[in-house]
Write a protein that binds this ligand. Sequence first.
Ligand code: AMP
Ligand code: GLY
Length: 426
Amino acid sequence: MKLLLIGSGGREHALAWALAKSPKLTKLYAAPGNAGIADVADLVELDISDHQAVIGFCRDNAVDLVVVGPEAPLVAGLVDDLDAAGIKAFGPTRAAAQLEGSKAFTKGVCDEANIPTAAYGRFDAAEDALAYVRKQGAPIVVKADGLAAGKGVVVAMTLEEAEDAVKACFEGSFGAAGAEVVIEEFLEGEEASFFVLSDGTNALPLATAQDHKRAYDGDEGPNTGGMGAYSPAPVLTDALVSEVLKTIIEPTIATLAARGTPFKGVLYAGLMITAAGPKLIEYNTRFGDPECQVMMMRLESDLLDLVLASVDGTLDRAHASWKKDVALTVVLAANGYPGSYEKGTEIKGVTAPSGDAQVAVFHAGTKRDQDRLLANGGRVLNVTALGASVGEARDQAYRAVESISWPEGFCRSDIGWRAIARENEA
Ligand code: AMP
Ligand code: GLY
């Protein structure tokens, strides 16, 4: 099969690496890709927001299947347009991607299906939102409704912070994404992520993972796209996973199917494990980045088979098997990230991962200049390792970090700390 992979992050390098292992794959194209993806795919220059251009490329090159990595093209309806052109595509339609594209939409699904989540109000005028915040008091969570690249959420510990967040939203800090605001009850507990694959009807559980959203050690500093992750997440025990499937995932898939907008693709549930049980914080409608990198390290099954089962509606017959090992990834980011940073600095000591690697460096923002590897983004590399425990995976990953020379980059030194503390207690 000939595939086109859309995206350019560490998630897409991990997907490309996993897809390249499939005996069914005859050709992999990636748009726009990065220097690591170029080791396993032909990079093509395509404006992915121009859906007709993507369709044209697929027709000219007899592409059998398009795999969409990031959320923006899903919310923009790329899968709908490919479907309409008769080209198979993996991922949700625009309507189903509203689970990520609109927080108010997801809250509506939760109401309809009685899914445990934070109590909330939704507002399209600042005055009403401010009155609600004052009535509820702090701590409270203020969210821009639409896609805001992970920056549209303020967990306000004081009333003043909450009021400032509401005002910023309505003053246009997040553009159209902030025209409506969702204000939520503050949930206390430990966060974890759970990923399933759906074909519109069936849900195949994939794996659990934990991300590290803050930029610096000790979960300090600004929020980022994610500075490291591990899988599985020990906080999500088998019993909790069953509960999440029954009370959160299955009702969501049933509700979208009943509405005539079935969800196909990866459903990523951001959960808070509270004293009253697991509650949904948010949905994403794609693999996480960097959670995908650790999941692909652990996946034993053929990723292409799973993707096809989602597209073709045959997930009830599919099975995913995983390595028993823990996988952990450390993100190397450019100094200054998530604020401003330099591009074009040289990185040395990175080698391409083999198919059965115990340690793999997945590229995010990188490009090649002849034989030099250059940083080309905020998050730049994902140093990923397997180990018998989170502690072992961490030691392997940080050993691999040591072998990379990039003075203009930094990483957190404590990825995995929660799970390692648990391991040490046991
Ligand atoms: P979201 O983009 O909705 O995942 O929110 C980003 C982050 O804000 C989450 O990963 C949580 O750490 C935090 N957060 C979001 N909603 C809540 C909530 N209701 N209570 C506590 N923390 C939250
Ligand atoms: N790592 C968080 C995300 O992919 O949304």
